[in-house]
Structure formats: structure tokens, C-alpha cells
Design a protein around this ligand. Sequence first.
Ligand code: GDP
Length: 393
Amino acid sequence: MKLAMIGFGQAGGKILDAFLEHDQQAGSNIVRAAVAVNTAKADLMGLEHVPEENRVLIGQSRVKGHGVGADNELGAEIAEEDIDEIQGSIDDIPVHEIDAFLIITGLGGGTGSGGSPVLARHIKRIYTEPVYGLGVLPAGDEGGIYTLNAARSFQTLVREVDNLLVFDNDAWRKTGESMQGGYAQINEEIVKRFGILFGAGEVEQGGEVAESVVDSSEIINTLAGGGVSTVGYAAESVADEKGGGGILSRFTGSNEESSLDSANTTNRITSLVRKAALGRLTLPCEIDGAERALLVTAGPSKFLNRKGIERGRKWLEEQTGSMEVRGGDYPVEASDNVAAVVLLSGVTNVPRIKELQQVAIEAQENIGEIESESEQNLQELVEDDDDELEPLF
Ligand code: GDP
């Protein structure tokens, strides 16, 4: 499907940049328009793929291009004040050519965390296209303020968007690696999953059209109804089998052999679907109770068989208890992989969110206590004990 992507804040901008790079490399053409919004000039200048005219610096009179320093209330205020500047660059988007808006942001920071819900509300008021969010949760060791920001922004953003797709940095952090160093790799993982999901609805007519290609309306219907979504992914290499002596040549063999191979492809796909749904999700959660799901199997069409997809779909129905599980192909002939991507929409059993909220409440209480004590502590420091000294004026 064709998206207008808006990267809000540093994380949002970098992930948007990664989407653009992926789009160029894969030729998937899902990013119909790309806008980066930030209060920090340096972050905007660091982007590589977002066109310069689509980089919007907001809050110049308030923070002089230096960012909001993880103050998401200030981030929200600035977005309100400068919404016309953001709208100015959205005006250039050919909205009739897009299927949806996607606002990408790190929920734990300040600019994107505070600004994204404001922008989502604004876009929804003006346009009829769905507005989705892609929100990144901070890693647990980033500290109380980031957790508090994320919990408050999550709560607000879910209300304002048509669906919030969540990626949890904490679940993807590698031990022994600094988060900063790992971001490029993490962003690739994000783009891989969402690139397949959104790319699925973009198969060119008359091109590699398979039996049951995913349509963008299926993605939209899976996300409709709102709430929170997570994505699973699993892939397997078929490189060795693509050449001369592999499965393909055997497909042309006797009937008995080809039916054996088709059983093989069926099994491969069903086990990939299980791995995708039960492996590491972008937001770890219990899949039981997900309201809707979409299964996309991507790869050379020879390896995508209807029976495997159908079995995978049924299995997902059983596991989620949902009656709304859609499924389809995303044929990519040049790929060396067969991949399964599972979108679980309307998930509700998410211990990670409950934990985040608990830590956020504690952080909020601590911050409150420290603030109330700090005035008194300063007074005790500055005033002499018996009040013998007089200030100058
Ligand atoms: P903002 O610029 O004020 O909106 O804040 P940032 O985007 O810098 O940071 C918000 C949060 O996003 C941080 O706490 C990190 O958890 C996360 N983050 C920052 N950069 C990246 C990135 O490149 N990739 C990912 N996945 N997360 C990031």
C-alpha cells in the first residue's frame, strides 16, 4: 500500500530514512511521500534520504533549533503552535494517491512523543485516509523519564490514531551492545517487517500476480477497529533450491515427485507461520485474544502455495481465537527467502505495557517528591541558620 510517512523526532526521522533506503533497494515504492519533523536542527541535517524540502523544523522561537530535551509536554505544545508549518509540507503530498498516513515516532523522547498525538489528531480532522502510528517503546535501562514519557504518549497516541503499531526497543536490545550502536540494526529489523507488510499490497498489476495476492484493503481492514498491533516475522533461505538441481527442477519431474515437493512447500509455510507468530514479536504479547490478524507470505511464487497459507491461516485462527484472520501472497521473484509476516491487530494481553505503566507511575511519584523537596532543600542551603544575613535586594 502507498503511504505518506511522517517521521516525528529523532527516532521517527531515522526510521523514515531507513524506510526510504529500503524502498529504493527493494523497489517496493510504498513511501509515496516522506516528511521529517523535528525541533532539533542537527537531527534533521543528519538524515540522508528524506528530501531537504520535506524537513520541517518547528519550535524555532521556543527552543532555537536545539530540541526539547525529552520534555514531551513542550513537544506537544510546540506541535500545536506550529501545526501550520507541518501542514504546509503535508499540503504538497498527493493525498489522492495514498492509502494511509503513517506517523513514526520514538515514544520515550520529547519532540515525537509529545508532537505525534497532536499531529495525528490534526490529520484525522482534515483527511479521510486512515492515520496509523508506528510507535517505538524505549529500552528498560533508558531511565524513568523515558518510561514515563512513553507511557503517557502511548496512552494518548492510541486514542488519536486508527491503529498503533508498536515496536519495543527493549525486546530487541542486544546484550553488550550500546543502544546507540544497535539502532541502525534495529531500524533494519523494523523496516524489514513493516516493509513486507505494507509492500504486500503493492504488487504491480500484470506483473508477478499470484493466486491470492494481498490487497491493501486487507491490510486496512485488519487495522480497522483500532487499538494496538504487533508484527511477527520468520524467514528461510531458498537460495540453494532456486538453481538447477533444487526444488524447481523437481517440480518439472513426475507427478509423484511434484506432489511430494508441494507437501514440502506446504509444511515449510505452515512452520514459518508458527515461527513468525510464536517468535519475537515487534511488541511481545500473548497472541491469544488478538482481534484480527493478517498473514503475508513473501518470496518467489513457486514457493508460496495456497494450501500452506490456508493451513497457516487456520492455525492462526485457533491460536488467536479470532474469526477475522486474512491471508495472502506477496510474490517477490528475485528474493532468496520465503518469509512469513503476521500482523496481529487489537492485541490486549500485553504484560510489557502493564509493566511500563507501573515503572512510569513510580517515576512520576519520584519526580513529584523530588520537586516538592527541592524548594525546601534549596532554601535550607541558601538561608543562614539564624537568619542573620540580609540579601542585597
Ligand atoms: P525526540 O527527538 O525528542 O522525539 O526523541 P528521540 O527520538 O531522540 O528519542 C526517543 C526514544 O526513541 C529514545 O528513548 C529511544 O528509545 C528511541 N530511539 C532513538 N533513536 C532511535 C532509533 O534510531 N531507532 C529506534 N528503534 N529507536 C530509537
